[in-house]
Design a protein around this ligand. Structure first.
Ligand SMILES: *Cc1c(COP(=O)(O)O)cnc(C)c1O
Length: 452
């Protein structure tokens, strides 16, 4: 009899249950993604911008394998929730979405990271994928590909309103307009949009950051005015990420680009919790315990002996490590005063005979596993090898023994985005509620062995 610290998953069919059991045999940890949560988060974001007829569209940002949630299932759930755009950083993911059956009749796709010299612009244009231009060589390369194909390229002009990354600065903008205007007149480029990215929209508590966002907005508007004056007014202006979609309605313009909100998280705990923003974390990361055993007081745990057991205790192995994307910086140190190193490790929810308890990574995270100190005897706690534990899920936070990716981010000194995107693909991704969320022809596009 094993104990389970996660929800009792509701399988859609006997096949779903068989897929779950097969995944557990294949790998001792699983990432369960709730497609209904993805859809509902997108529905909510569409509501936040005023609904489907508001004049503001919403892009589901699905770059980096949909922040580790799986590109195609996430894209389809976002569309089911009312997204009419998808966005990827790298062009290969944009092309993959088209290849996997999301045609131009379904949605626009925008892609933005490339170097002007070695990107398949021909293929992007041919597949009706919108591209960003933010450098002079980029304009030349897109225009050359459009001429070769004899097809107008849809472009979004990226401006650097203050982020300091991609896009034209004020200084380079005249030269950009000098190239863009004739290309637009000639019909080589269709100047669809103007866009930029915000640096600190997730810190509404820091007055200087609010002021900096205000300045970015003013700069953005000044770039729009330049484009209008040059006769290439952008039809679609977009600036808002999740943070600004949620709390800066004045810059929703014609399109917003939420990423982390689709996955159910606020961008920064400084903004509150997912619940405060009516978002539901879509991913649960669970694992089945390896060896559980008694350990004497004062025993060193893991490499470097950075954790010495404070009492006679039991430990359990969680079979996930940094090669799975568990941050080594989420290691937990406790030297019992010897060297005064104390640092809380990443949280793990474990079901015990006394109910659910929160434990922490004890000692260094290894390549494929880490240990947790159970602070008691495994016999009296009723914890066994094979029990299912939860690293993070849709709960209320570690103070309720319901850890979230924000809690892991705090332990690893990073952000929830990195917690998700670091999870390696050797961890099976399994999808809940796919049949409820997707129409049959979309359902048929997914790998059936991944559906619960
Ligand atoms: C990743 C990204 C987004 C989404 O940001 P979130 O904070 O996840 O909402 C939007 N726009 C661009 C350009 C991005 O790179």
């Amino acid at each position: 009899m094993t104990l389970n610290a996660v929800s009792n998953w509701q399988f859609s069919s006997p096949d779903g249950k068989a897929n779950y059991e097969a995944a557990r045999r294949r790998y001792p940890a699983q990432a369960i993604v709730d497609m209904a949560a993805l859809r509902d988060n997108m529905r909510h974001l569409v509501d936040v911008v005023g609904g489907p007829n508001s004049g503001t569209a919403v892009m589901g940002v699905v770059k980096a394998d949909a922040y580790g949630h799986g590109l195609l299932p996430t894209a389809l759930a976002a569309l089911a929730g009312g997204a009419t755009w998808l966005g990827t950083a790298q062009s290969h993911e944009a092309l993959l979405l088209r290849k996997l059956g999301i045609g131009p009749d379904r949605c626009h796709i925008l892609t933005w990271v490339y170097n002007g010299l070695e990107v398949p612009f021909d293929e992007l244009i041919d597949n009706d994928i919108d591209v960003s231009v933010g450098s002079l060589p980029g304009i030349d390369a897109v225009a050359a590909a459009a001429r070769r194909l004899g097809k107008t390229a849809r472009v979004h002009v990226k401006v650097d309103s203050g982020f300091g990354r991609n896009g034209f600065t004020e200084e380079s903008f005249d030269a950009a307009l000098a190239k863009l205007v004739p290309l637009a007149k000639e019909g080589v480029l269709d100047i669809v949009g103007q866009w930029s990215h915000l640096a600190v929209a997730d810190s509404p508590d820091v007055p200087e950051f609010v002021a900096s966002t205000d300045r970015q907005i003013e700069n953005f508007k000044a770039f729009t005015a330049c484009m209008e004056a040059a006769g290439i007014a952008p039809r679609i202006r977009h600036l808002a990420n999740t943070a600004a979609t949620l709390d800066r309605p004045e810059i929703h313009f014609e399109l917003t680009r939420p990423g982390i909100g689709l996955y159910g998280y606020e961008p920064d705990p400084a903004m509150g919790t997912p619940r405060d923003w009516h978002l539901k974390p879509a991913m649960t990361l669970q694992a089945q315990l390896g060896t559980v055993k008694h350990i004497d007081k004062g025993h060193g745990i893991s490499y470097g002996r950075t954790y010495l057991t404070p009492d006679d205790t039991s430990t359990a192995i969680v079979p996930l490590g940094y090669a799975d994307g568990i941050h080594r910086s989420a290691s937990g140190f406790d030297m019992q005063g010897a060297k005064h190193i104390e640092k809380l490790g990443g949280p793990v929810r474990v079901m015990t005979a006394e109910g659910p308890k929160l434990y922490r990574v004890s000692g260094r995270v290894c390549m494929d596993q880490f240990m947790i100190d159970l602070h008691g005897s495994c016999d009296s706690l009723g914890v066994h090898e094979g029990d299912t534990v939860e690293l993070f899920g849709p709960g209320r936070g570690e103070q309720y023994a319901e850890p979230t990716a924000d809690d892991w981010a705090r332990a690893a000194d990073t952000i929830s985005y990195e917690i998700f995107t670091c999870l390696r693909n050797r961890i099976p991704r399994l999808y809940l509620n796919a049949a409820d969320v997707l129409a049959p022809d979309d359902l048929a596009k997914l790998d059936p062995t991944t559906l619960l």
